[in-house]
Design a protein around this ligand. Structure first.
Ligand SMILES: *[C@@H]1O[C@H](CO)[C@@H](O)[C@H](O)[C@H]1NC(C)=O
Ligand SMILES: *[C@@H]1O[C@H](CO)[C@@H](O)[C@H](O)[C@H]1NC(C)=O
Ligand SMILES: *[C@@H]1O[C@H](CO)[C@@H](O)[C@H](O)[C@H]1NC(C)=O
Ligand SMILES: *[C@@H]1O[C@H](CO)[C@@H](O)[C@H](O)[C@H]1NC(C)=O
Length: 369
């Protein structure tokens, strides 16, 4: 009897097939509408799951890339703030060299986005690709076809693509950057992990040295990529390097861990969240220091075995410089990997630090620090 009633109810609710397989989970039906229209300034947030998003600064957020489990509550909330929620897209490039397989992959993603009332896709393919290889052409075609399909199937949707901090075949990612930029709505430039290939002295250095970061944007722009297509990604994490040798001057020599052809890399270190570093820095050997050349903060500490570690990171000071560059260079916006890495607890010191990190994203806010 119960079953019969249930089936009856379902059939009443599902008068049209489109509402049947797409039940809007939000309190109001409008919140399931895709977000359309372009924001003047993008604040692009990667979210890796759980509920930290509830504490984000939604006065700023324009796009959230859902890299964690799908959360319908986040979708409804983002839409209530006029922000997009986009899928993550990743696929082994060898699987999509065949155009038919490519089309199938894209169709699956569009279906998933529709079913989840999402507003596009962030394509995060960080694979090594040789110039003029079949994968090189397939990747550009994938981005182009994804953009066309998403725009057609979900009007107003956004297709973005993640690129390395520099277009110069970083980590052997020799992509057709100009064509990819042309083919999608925006490039998220991952201006971090800039020590993934160290060719000189194998010493600990900044995750995203300011100068090197800026020069790389000019490299993208010189390739005739419109600055309005570039969103600057900043790290909300740092690297902790154990020092094989720690010199009088505070230079930390690290273990040589090769990466994609380079003899030394940041793989010798460990990525750590801003929230953890903020609990460590005041009690460290050095306290917070500032490297004037790389324009980045760092500190050194001794672990329980007496080994010295050096930690390089970004904080409101270094991020403010980057946000100013975004503004003066006329880039599309700013974003971070990732939104979850701050301390969203009620502790008053943590609250202030977290607020300062969000505020540092605002352009033209070069603060006295
Ligand atoms: C491409 O699609 C064909 C036909 O569906 C399938 O048999 C094949 O396994 C796919 N290739 C890859 C690499 O996914
Ligand atoms: C450590 O650095 C000092 C100079 O700062 C050097 O004399 C010494 O050989 C280094 N030790 C190792 C193990 O590299
Ligand atoms: C660390 O020191 C700074 C600067 O003196 C201070 O503002 C901050 O509250 C301290 N952090 C913690 C966790 O005590
Ligand atoms: C930044 O790079 C430019 C060009 O390589 C150089 O002239 C300048 O001195 C650098 N600035 C800093 C602070 O290192």
């Amino acid at each position: 009897m119960l079953v019969v009633v249930w089936v009856f109810l379902l059939s009443v609710l599902c008068l049209s097939p489109s509402t049947c397989d797409r039940q809007c989970p939000c309190e109001s039906q409008e919140l399931c509408q895709p977000i359309a229209g372009e924001k003047d300034f993008e604040v692009f947030v990667f979210d890796v799951g759980k509920k930290a998003w509830k504490s984000y600064d939604w006065t700023q957020v324009t796009t959230v890339a859902a890299f964690g489990k799908y959360d319908a509550e986040l979708m409804c909330y983002a839409h209530s703030k006029g922000a997009r929620l986009v899928l993550k897209g990743d696929v082994p490039l060898s699987d999509i060299v065949d155009p038919a397989n490519r089309t199938v992959w894209i169709a699956e993603k569009v279906d998933l986005a529709k079913k989840q009332f999402m507003d596009g896709i962030n394509i995060d393919i960080e694979q090594a690709v040789a110039e003029a290889s079949p994968e090189y052409y397939a990747l550009t075609a994938l981005v182009k076809e994804s953009t066309e399909t998403f725009h057609r199937e979900i009007p107003g949707s956004q297709v973005s693509f993640d690129v390395a901090w520099s277009p110069k075949c970083i980590d052997k990612r020799c992509y057709n950057y100009a064509a990819i930029a042309e083919a999608c709505d925006l490039l998220f430039v991952m201006s971090y992990d800039e020590q993934s290939q160290i060719w000189g002295d194998c010493i600990a250095m900044a995750n995203a040295p300011t100068n090197q970061t800026f020069i790389a944007y000019d490299d993208y722009i010189t390739m005739k990529i419109n600055p309005r297509k570039l969103v600057m990604g900043v790290p909300w994490y740092g690297y902790d390097y154990p020092c094989l040798n720690f010199s009088q001057e505070g230079v930390c020599t690290m273990t040589k861990v090769p990466f994609r052809g380079a003899p030394c890399s940041d793989a010798a270190g460990r990525q750590i969240p801003y929230s953890i570093m903020m609990k460590q820095v005041n009690n460290s050997m050095s306290g917070r220091l500032w490297d004037a050349v790389q324009q980045a903060p760092y500190y050194s500490y001794k672990d329980k075995d007496g080994m010295v570690h050096q930690v390089w990171y970004d904080d409101p000071q270094s991020i403010s410089y980057k946000a100013s560059f975004v503004s003066t260079r006329g880039l599309r916006g700013i974003g971070m990997w990732n939104g979850n890495l701050l301390d969203y607890s009620d502790d008053p010191v943590a609250r202030q630090q977290t607020e300062d990190m969000w505020n540092a994203l605002k352009p033209n806010q070069e603060k006295e620090l």
